[in-house]
Design a protein around this ligand. Sequence first.
Ligand code: AMP
Length: 391
Amino acid sequence: MTDTAGGKVIKPGGTIGVLGGGQLGRMLALAGRNMGYRFVTLDPTEDAPCGQVADEQIQANFDDVEAARKLAALSDVITYEFENVDAHVTSILMNESYVPQGSELLYTTQHRLREKKAIEAAGVPVAPYAEVKSAAELKEAVEKFGTPCVLKTATGGYDGKGQWVIRSIDEVEEAYDTLSRAKTELVLEQFIHFDKELSVIAARSPRGEVKAFPAAENIHVHNILHQSIVPARIPSDVQQEAEKLATRIAEGLGVIGLIAVELFLTKDGQLYVNELAPRPHNSGHYTMEACRTSQFEQHVRAICNLPLGSTELLSPVVMVNLLGEHIEPLNGLIDQPGFLEDTNLGVSAKVHLYGKKEAKEKRKMGHINLLTSDVQNALTWIERTRIWESK
Ligand code: AMP
């Protein structure tokens, strides 16, 4: 480990501790091991996806103080693969080890209202919103924004959970009663009639270097990411603008490591940030084969304060998620000639699986990166395999 004016450098051979042992940690460890780093992960699940590929897994709950201390003692640098990290555990890790991402960004992104204020302070637009503290305030805000509009819990929501699309003023009482049970602040957002959902993942290192990956066009099914299409089918000036906004957020919020920026694009070309995730992101899995540097390698470089890698796109790509219900149809095809290399369509399929034993419905089990010269061919490949028919 060396200290330079631009912050501490963790050289290969060092140990990276990962809070959380899911697929994001697993792919991070796989990338980091190639770079010569060692990994230790903390996760309560036996044989967690990251535990399978790390040097060591500490099997304990995320609020287990002794386990956090053990992780701190074993690690030269600590990162996390989910954002709802317990504040007490974060402070232990920061006191007893090195957490270059700090606690402030987590504190901001754990709470929708704090997050929106920070994004606005960085000079980046978010959908018009209002904090609501009572059914009466909600009614007033619904009248202001009009219907539909979206009521969200400030904390704890993901993949569309903790949300209520209010379609008529008559729903106000029920929406308020239901979401206020979550015992957190509520925020009402104007409904954005978006044309496309995009995301940009940017990285920033302690030495202040920032690089953004190409914008992805994301298609969700039942609020879960289904596909990321890159290049996004949008004008190049909008792509550049989205990447510029993500860079501005990385700089404005003093991000270290990755920040995933989810955006709405309206028909008239306006971009609004929906939310942030201070970690590798499902919509960045396309980088694994399609970019010169993957998001996982970039995160390792950023937290270890190595120079960031090139984010150049090497090939158009479509990433498609494999949920529990897609595993059986995939298994029926995976050994078929022409499945992984479809020369007719000019599509090359790279299958990634996360080592999860039970293929529960809607559980993220893996993904496929489809490399192609034309994203339309990859979309045709997806349709023809019929793996995703039972959505
Ligand atoms: P979130 O949990 O905030 O990422 O929202 C989940 C999904 O709900 C988004 O990917 C959008 O498809 C939809 N959504 C959320 N907020 C809005 C909004 N203000 N206007 C329109 N759609 C929204």
